[in-house]
Design a protein around this ligand. Structure first.
Ligand code: NAG
Ligand code: NAG
Ligand code: NAG
Ligand code: NAG
Length: 439
């Protein structure tokens, strides 16, 4: 009967593999701040340089910007809101964390959504989570992205000006000074804009989404800060909705556009040569305020989460172009994100509106954001172990016990294949409890 044991082991492993892929994608609901400001937009970035992502929020209603320090890995949860003291002439709607001076510390960008041009601020981080305010230009903006747009090596900003139907950009002139320029003819009521190299020429192009007609367009970077005219991407009207995100939705190494509107959520495949495919539907009929995507269940494809005004949902990618929708909570969200908050290598779900919450991801194999972009990675161990077993066992191949052992080891290949992802997560400061607790 001795030979049955490895078979039993193999069966157990196989069973774990199956079980890990079923059930609800998110575990317990946790509080970031139940009594905080009503959140309009969110970004996630390591603001104090401790290796863990903090949560950066903006409240249009409460005219507040601030951040919650993530102390989960120290076992202390999120700290109370640290408010960024804004100058009086600010009406913040959107916030983002970017290392604008490339000193290794994430700075905070705050712009104003108003029918007048108000100062656009960068809060420069001294590395400890202390910020100093610099007003770089006057503009009215609802969304922006940062990157080197003119190829001179420093960080510029592209921004959408909803009220004035304008896409503008702020050229970094060095020494914390910027000049404002128009990028090109705009979509109607632009609400979101992102930067990525869509045509593979090494320069950052821009993509934007409008509100009332809802076009999704892109602008080719022709070099030296010159951009070509509006080129239509969308084959349908994504009216309303502010979600426009760069995510590699099909794991081909090229960033695609994830879009949510007042009627549907979908994505546009970028071929990386300036061409895009039509909208691939994720859901039709729901009015999601915003969405995010990552490999939630660790099966190598991109899943999606989103929030309406009354509920939050997950959309599990079934791998055949369909998504299985599941309600995660009967509490709405304006702003959502998928990011590993507790350092276990899995993408947790942040949902913010009236209060800020996160749902713990307990599902699947641990993944890292890097791995989520690249799918399954093969460990040399996945090849080495069965080969070594084979070499050792082959001389005694007639013994059924050893045969079964080899089968068991081979059966572990899918698990071993994911080990590098665990290492990536570990190197970013994330492993379940033990790694967190060891800090
Ligand atoms: C913004 O406008 C105010 C008032 O016109 C002006 O004093 C200030 O210098 C402007 N700021 C920038 C960065 O141009
Ligand atoms: C999109 O909106 C425009 C302007 O309202 C309209 O002309 C066009 O027919 C719409 N397209 C679709 C696919 O509904
Ligand atoms: C871009 O690549 C796709 C897929 O390879 C191809 O079908 C398309 O014709 C290409 N477009 C251009 C403009 O080269
Ligand atoms: C995808 O797979 C699911 C479950 O396996 C199935 O219910 C669904 O009909 C499939 N969708 C398509 C478009 O084939």
């Amino acid at each position: 009967m001795r030979f049955r044991r490895p078979l039993y082991l193999f069966a157990t492993l196989a069973l774990q593999f199956v079980v890990a892929y079923g059930g609800s994608p998110f575990g317990e609901k946790n509080v970031i701040d139940s009594a905080g400001p009503s959140v309009t937009t969110v970004d996630v970035a390591d603001l104090d340089g401790d290796g863990h992502d903090d949560v950066l929020v903006c409240s249009y209603n409460d005219r507040q910007v601030g951040w919650y320090r993530n102390g989960l890995c120290e076992g202390s949860g999120f700290e109370p809101l640290k408010t960024i003291v804004l100058s009086t002439a600010a009406s913040p709607y959107y916030v983002s964390g970017e290392d604008m001076d490339r000193d290794g510390f994430v700075d905070i960008l705050v712009g104003s959504y108003a029918f007048e041009e108000l100062p656009f601020y960068i809060y420069y981080n001294d590395g400890t989570g202390q910020f100093s305010e610099v007003s770089i230009v006057n503009a009215s903006v609802t969304s922006w992205d940062a990157g080197d747009m003119d190829g001179d090596g420093d960080m510029d900003v592209v921004a959408a000006n909803y009220f004035f139907n304008e896409i503008v950009w702020f050229r970094n002139e060095g020494g914390r000074t910027f000049s404002k320029h128009t990028l090109g003819a705009s979509v109607s009521m632009p609400v979101a804009v992102v930067l990525s190299d869509f045509d593979g020429d090494g320069m950052l192009d821009a993509a934007a989404k409008g509100w009332d007609i809802g076009e999704v367009v892109w602008y080719r970077n022709e070099g030296g800060g010159v951009f070509g005219g509006v080129q239509l991407i969308s084959d349908r009207n994504n009216t309303y909705g502010t979600g426009l995100h760069l995510r590699d939705m099909n794991n081909d190494g090229i960033l695609d556009l994830l879009v949510c509107s007042g009627t549907s959520t979908g994505w546009y495949q970028s071929f990386g040569n300036g061409s895009f495919n039509g909208q691939k539907e994720i859901q039709d009929g729901m009015s999601l305020n915003n969405v995010d995507a990552a490999d939630v269940d660790g099966d190598g494809d991109m899943d999606v989460v989103g929030g309406t005004s009354t509920e939050v949902f997950s959309f599990e990618n079934l791998g055949n172009g369909s998504y299985a929708v599941q309600q995660v909570d009967a509490q709405g969200a304006n702003a959502v994100f998928l990011r590993d908050l507790d350092g276990d290598g899995r993408a947790d779900f942040g949902a913010l509106m009236d209060g800020s919450w996160w749902y713990n991801n307990l599902q699947g194999e641990p993944i890292s954001p890097e791995a989520a972009l690249g799918g399954v990675e093969w460990s040399p161990f996945a090849i080495w172990l069965p080969c070594t077993c084979w070499d050792i066992l082959k001389p005694n191949w007639r013994v059924p016990y050893l045969k079964a052992l080899f089968v068991a080891v081979s059966g572990m290949i899918p698990l071993i294949a994911r080990r590098p992802q665990l290492h990536v997560a570990a190197s970013r400061g994330g492993m379940p409890k033990t790694a967190c607790g060891g800090k």
